[in-house]
Design a protein. Structure first.
Ligand SMILES: [Zn+2]
Length: 236
C-alpha cells in the first residue's frame, strides 16, 4: 500500500463495515501519525432483527463511535440514507463529494462495490451503491462544475485524492501489514456487541477473533505470511 499520505477518509454504508478488517489497518495508520476519519451513509438501523430501526440506529451509532475510538479515530460522521435501500445516484455522489471536499483526504477507503464477494456470494445493494459512489466522488470532488452548489457552501474543490482502496474486494491488489494493529482490530469489531449478539450464538469475543484471524489470514499467503488486510487499489 502507498504510505505517502497524511489524511484518509473511510466511506462505508453501515456501522461495522470498517471493522471487518479495515480497522486493523486504520490502527496501524494512526500509529504512524496519519489522520483517519469515518463517513457512514446510514446508521445501520435495519441490521438487527430483534431491535426496531429507531432504537437500533441509536445503539449502532454509539457502538460505531466506540469502535472508532479503539483505533484512534475521533471523527465519525453519519449521512441520513436509509439502511438497506441506499440509492446509487447523484444525491449519494453529492453527499460523498461534500465529505471528500471537507476532509481533503489523499486516500479514500471504501467497501466492496462489486456484485459478489467472490464466486457466487452475492454482495448487498448498499455496499455496491456506496462503493461505486465513493469511487466516483473521488473524481467529482475535484471538479468545480459538478455539484457547483457545494462551492457556495464553502466546500472548495479537492482534487487531491490519489487512491481509492476498496476493502473486501474479490480482487485485492495491495495489502497492509496489521501485525501491530490486529488486537485493536479485534476489540474494535467487538464494540459492535449488539449487532454481533443478534448475528450469532458464538461468544462475541470468540467470534471477533475468529473473523479477524480469517480475514488477515486469507491475505497472508500473498504477503509473506504476515497478517494483512487486503485492498483493491484504484490510483487516480
Ligand atoms: Zn455493510
Amino acid at each position: 500500500m502507498p504510505t505517502d499520505f497524511t489524511r484518509a477518509l473511510a466511506i462505508v454504508a453501515h456501522p461495522d463495515d470498517v471493522e471487518y478488517g479495515t480497522a486493523a489497518a486504520v490502527a496501524t495508520w494512526v500509529d504512524q501519525g496519519r489522520e483517519v476519519s469515518y463517513l457512514l451513509a446510514t446508521r445501520g438501523e435495519a441490521g438487527i432483527d430483534g431491535i426496531p430501526p429507531q432504537e437500533s440506529a441509536q445503539v449502532r451509532e454509539s457502538e460505531q463511535r466506540a469502535s472508532a475510538r479503539v483505533v484512534g479515530v475521533s471523527t465519525v460522521e453519519f449521512l441520513n440514507h436509509r439502511d438497506g435501500v441506499i440509492e446509487y445516484g447523484p444525491a449519494l455522489r453529492r453527499d460523498l463529494t461534500a465529505a471528500i471536499r471537507a476532509h481533503r483526504p489523499e486516500l479514500v477507503i471504501t467497501i466492496n462495490h462489486h456484485d459478489t464477494w467472490g464466486g457466487t456470494t452475492w454482495n448487498t445493494p448498499d455496499h455496491r451503491a456506496v462503493g461505486r459512489a465513493a469511487l466516483d466522488a473521488a473524481a467529482d470532488a475535484g471538479n468545480r462544475w459538478i455539484f457547483s452548489e457545494l462551492g457556495n457552501e464553502g466546500l472548495a474543490p479537492w482534487d487531491g485524492v490519489r487512491w481509492v482502496a476498496v476493502a473486501g474486494s474479490p480482487w485485492p491488489t495491495h495489502a497492509v501489514d496489521v501485525t501491530d494493529g490486529f488486537e485493536r482490530g479485534v476489540r474494535s469489531l467487538l464494540e459492535h456487541r449488539s449487532y454481533i449478539e443478534g448475528l450469532t450464538d458464538t461468544d462475541p469475543r470468540t467470534y471477533c477473533r475468529e473473523v479477524l484471524d480469517w480475514i488477515t489470514g486469507s491475505a497472508a499467503p500473498r504477503f509473506g505470511g504476515r497478517p494483512a488486510v487486503a485492498f483493491e487499489l484504484f490510483a487516480r
